[in-house]
Design a binder for this molecule. Structure first.
Ligand SMILES: *[C@@H]1O[C@H](CO)[C@@H](O)[C@H](O)[C@H]1NC(C)=O
Ligand SMILES: *[C@@H]1O[C@H](CO)[C@@H](O)[C@H](O)[C@H]1NC(C)=O
Ligand SMILES: *[C@@H]1O[C@H](CO)[C@@H](O)[C@H](O)[C@H]1NC(C)=O
Ligand SMILES: *[C@@H]1O[C@H](CO)[C@@H](O)[C@H](O)[C@H]1NC(C)=O
Ligand SMILES: *[C@@H]1O[C@H](CO)[C@@H](O)[C@H](O)[C@H]1NC(C)=O
Ligand SMILES: *[C@@H]1O[C@H](CO)[C@@H](O)[C@H](O)[C@H]1NC(C)=O
Ligand SMILES: *[C@@H]1O[C@H](CO)[C@@H](O)[C@H](O)[C@H]1NC(C)=O
Ligand SMILES: *[C@@H]1O[C@H](CO)[C@@H](O)[C@H](O)[C@H]1NC(C)=O
Ligand SMILES: *[C@@H]1O[C@H](CO)[C@@H](O)[C@H](O)[C@H]1NC(C)=O
Length: 419
């Protein structure tokens, strides 16, 4: 009894897991030799249920077919990235009358609530039309392309006097290629027809249908979205009561592959875009590095130039001082040292005011008493004056010139010190 229960629970769990796997394996398996791309669905467990097509197993190994409202048409090719497929249009019921097999159902009619419509790549040739059609905007002239085709087939349609040609895809023909006895009784279609070519090179008739980009899959609960944590089952804000597996940021919905992917804008899928992004990333990365390197080099060179200029200036000044000091060595002091020596240019130490600046008494660290002449900022003439004055004083000096003459100057702040 207990074993049976356990077995039941195990089986139920296995079924649940299986259902989860089935819904996350979104693409349907091949139909015969035809790959069935997402969102096309051949069964309730794969694809998007709004995009139903059918795998007709009866037709020798499996043929993918498209069911319109009243008819079934074989799908001859699929272009998943363009979100289009081509169906084989209805053929003539017999070569005795110019009537296509879907006349009984008024031709091809799509359910406009479904995400399929007729593309504008189709050139539709209406055959065996009534005079009523002459009032339509279709090209029913004697030079119309349909005549070329009707004549080429040499079938019964060449005997029908009136035919018309038009390019599909207008609002009135997006969901319907209508045939009826009071209009035209037969039609055929060619995709991307190049009318400059001979009829024998038009290829097989085909009617192209496109599908609207599929939204995120509908879900009942998170189990339906179990795709490795890539999406979350949430209410769709645009459709009341509908829940969808919305991709978890930064992943985005790829309607071509039907999975959550890293951001890409490529209609061909994301592989190419990833490579482009990688190259772009590398290029911009290298570019940024190079840019920063150049900036750094320029800044470093500028810094070196300033330092060198300052050193050269200091050297020149020291040379001038040494030369004019009559063999006595000169020493340069920093602004900081001078500020310290004059107690930050304390009023108490002010000895007097000269024409080009004030003179302060100062004390160096080794106890030497000095006079500090403070030149006015930017006044180079003043600086020279102070220099010369200092040197002149150096001969007679009211200060004791037994000390060696020392002159210091801070280029940045314009301080000058005389001893
Ligand atoms: C599938 O392909 C094989 C080999 O290419 C071919 O022999 C077979 O006829 C094809 N079947 C259908 C249904 O197209
Ligand atoms: C169509 O007509 C040709 C002769 O023009 C005949 O040989 C052929 O059997 C006919 N086909 C059908 C399906 O009636
Ligand atoms: C044109 O279509 C009508 C039916 O609508 C049919 O009776 C007639 O035979 C067709 N004409 C030709 C030339 O096949
Ligand atoms: C086509 O199918 C729809 C619904 O399946 C039906 O209502 C309609 O009568 C059909 N039209 C024709 C002409 O058979
Ligand atoms: C058209 O499609 C909608 C949505 O799937 C469906 O509810 C409706 O019954 C369809 N109409 C016909 C006539 O089949
Ligand atoms: C009808 O089609 C033919 C062939 O493409 C073209 O030469 C002619 O100008 C068209 N007539 C009208 C009224 O569009
Ligand atoms: C119809 O076909 C015949 C021979 O196949 C050709 O001589 C004639 O010019 C064609 N007519 C038109 C309008 O294409
Ligand atoms: C046909 O489908 C395309 C997208 O697949 C859409 O952009 C277009 O608006 C549709 N046309 C009509 C008339 O609904
Ligand atoms: C989840 O997203 C990542 C990134 O795009 C992808 O590589 C992975 O295959 C996804 N997993 C599933 C189950 O879709």
């Amino acid at each position: 009894m207990e074993t049976t229960r356990q077995l039941f629970i195990f089986t139920a769990a296995a079924l649940l897991i299986y259902a989860g796997c089935a819904s996350s394996a979104k693409q349907c398996s091949d139909c015969g030799n035809t790959t069935v791309p997402y969102p096309l669905s051949t069964s309730p467990t794969c694809g998007d249920q709004s995009y139903k097509v059918r795998c007709d197993a009866a037709a020798g190994g499996g043929t993918l077919v498209f069911d319109s409202l009243n008819n079934t048409y074989p799908i001859t090719s699929i272009n998943p990235s363009a979100q289009r497929f081509v169906i084989k249009p209805a053929t003539l019921v017999s070569n005795a009358t110019c009537v296509t097999s879907d006349l009984v159902h008024q031709g091809l009619q799509l359910n406009s609530s479904l995400p399929f419509n007729v593309t504008s790549s189709n050139t539709i040739l209406y055959l065996n039309c009534t005079a009523d059609l002459l009032r339509s905007p279709l090209n029913c002239s004697s030079s119309s392309l349909c005549h070329v085709y009707a004549n080429y087939t040499r079938g019964v349609c060449a005997n029908a006097p009136l035919c018309c040609t038009f390019r599909a895809g207008g609002s009135s023909t997006s969901y319907m290629i209508r045939v009826r006895e009071s209009g035209c009784s037969a039609y055929t279609s060619f995709v991307n027809l190049d009318s400059s070519l001979g009829v024998d090179r038009w290829g097989q008739p085909g009617l192209e249908i496109q599908w609207v980009s599929p939204r995120e899959p509908v879900c009942g609960s998170q189990v339906d979205c179990d795709d490795g944590g890539n999406s979350t089952c949430r209410l769709d804000p645009t459709e009341s009561g509908v829940r969808r597996c919305f991709c978890n940021s930064p992943l985005v919905w790829d309607p071509i592959q039907g999975v959550c992917v890293k951001y890409c804008q490529d209609a061909q899928g994301c592989g190419k875009a990833d490579k482009t992004a990688l190259i772009a990333g590398l290029t911009s990365g290298l570019g940024a590095t190079l840019f920063l390197a150049i900036i750094a080099i320029l800044l470093y060179k500028r810094h070196r130039r300033i330092i060198e200029a300052q050193e050269r200036l200091a050297k020149e000044r020291e040379d001038i001082l040494n030369a004019s000091g009559g063999g006595r060595a000169a020493k340069l002091f920093t602004g900081k040292e001078i500020k310290k020596a004059t107690h930050d240019f304390s009023k108490d130490l002010l000895l007097g005011a000269g024409g080009y600046g004030d003179v302060y008494k100062g004390f160096l660290q080794d106890g030497t008493v000095v006079a500090v002449k403070c030149a006015k900022l930017g006044n180079t003439k003043g600086t020279d004056q102070v220099l010369n004055e200092g040197l002149k004083h150096g001969g007679r000096g009211q200060l004791t010139w037994s000390h060696r003459l020392r002159i210091a100057h801070d280029a940045a702040e314009g301080w000058l010190i005389l001893i």
